[in-house]
Design a binder for this molecule. Structure first.
Ligand code: HEM
Length: 125
């Protein structure tokens, strides 16, 4: 798989709505502001096609999450991505790949004096 640097296509909710399985036989769903064409997956869905077509042309985020799909199911979803919801109509923010938070580690200052030197200096001084 090539590194995802392809151009993103943006869809309005109005456009997504047209793909409700009836108008043009395509079933699009929205999951977390990303648009998926899951038409070819319907028959494979372990929960049956109807559970998905119920959300055809709509936002299926809550339904998808309420079932508690496995991480495998979430990975599978990626294969059907066709675009994203236009910014003005998004419900939330699309998660960017989280960068690992950089912990500001101050390298421990080298111990310049050992207990021993402190004691000896104390004794000398
Ligand atoms: C659109 C709303 C969706 C709803 C309401 C829904 C609901 C469900 C339900 C109820 C099951 C359990 C079936 C059973 O155990 O008999 C299930 C399983 C599953 N669904 Fe969905 N589903 C949806 C969309 C999707 C989509 C788009 C995908 C992947 C492209 C997907 C992938 C899976 C997978 C892989 C399982 C097997 C269990 C798992 O791995 O989590 N589902 N789904």
């Amino acid at each position: 798989m090539s590194q995802e640097e392809e151009k993103v296509t943006y869809f309005t909710l109005e456009e997504v709505k047209k793909h409700d399985g009836a108008t043009d036989d395509r079933v699009w769903i929205i999951y977390k502001d990303i648009v998926y064409d899951v038409s070819s997956y319907l028959e494979e869905h372990p929960g049956g096609s109807e559970l998905i077509t119920e959300y055809a042309g709509k936002d299926a985020t809550k339904a998808f999450d309420d079932f508690g799909h496995s991480s495998d199911a979430k990975k599978m979803l990626k294969a059907y991505k066709i675009g994203e919801v236009v910014e003005e109509e998004r419900k939330g923010k699309i998660k960017k790949k989280e960068k690992p938070s950089v912990v500001n580690v101050n390298p421990a200052k080298p111990q310049t004096r050992s207990c021993f030197s402190i004691i000896t200096c104390g004794l000398c001084g």
